[in-house]
Design a protein around this ligand. Structure first.
Ligand SMILES: [Zn+2]
Ligand SMILES: [Zn+2]
Length: 169
């Protein structure tokens, strides 16, 4: 008799712990997507959420993403030829910038506005997608930083021929 009660208690405790853990995981994932303020890939979500909850796996991320998408808490952002990224639902109309150097996608606030003039004559445009491609500010400054470092290095070398070349001008 007592054994049965004990087992039930264990079972309830187990179920409670599992529920609490999944609540923690879900809020860590939500927090990760919310604070990033840009669409995150599942791998990026896992990396960010793992800082708050240890031992999280990719399966949990996918399961939570599916549940949160179903609840309309997050929406998927589709970039041609790339796996979906996710951002908080209900944001105002906006566009995205894809960094070709680091692969991160950022939000773009502006919108070119009504693009229906671009549609062929007689066509009726209903919506538009604008994706900017290039390098994000971090990648631009990293390249510039590297370039100026290598320029410094070259300048520091007491190369006679470089002085000679300057004299030629
Ligand atoms: Zn727009
Ligand atoms: Zn970048």
């Amino acid at each position: 008799m007592w054994g049965v009660v004990f087992h039930w208690r264990l079972f309830i405790y187990d179920a409670f712990m599992t529920m609490e853990r999944s609540t923690k995981q879900r809020s860590a994932i939500r927090e990760a997507i919310e604070s990033a303020n840009r669409p995150l890939s599942p791998a990026e979500i896992l990396r960010a959420a793992s800082k708050h909850v240890s031992g999280m796996g990719m399966a949990t991320v996918y399961r939570t993403i599916k549940a949160m998408t179903g609840d309309h808490q997050i929406v998927s952002i589709e970039m041609p030829g790339e796996p979906a990224r996710y951002e908080i639902a209900g944001k105002e109309h906006h566009h995205h910038f894809s960094c070709r150097a680091c692969g991160k996608v950022f939000e773009v606030e502006g919108c070119p506005g009504d693009l229906s003039a671009l549609a062929p004559p007689g066509f009726e445009a209903e919506s538009h997608e604008v994706i900017l491609y290039g390098r994000c500010v971090t990648c631009v400054s990293t390249v510039k930083g590297l370039a100026s470092k290598s320029a410094e290095r070259t300048a520091r070398k007491p190369a006679a021929h470089s002085r000679a070349r300057r004299d030629e001008r």
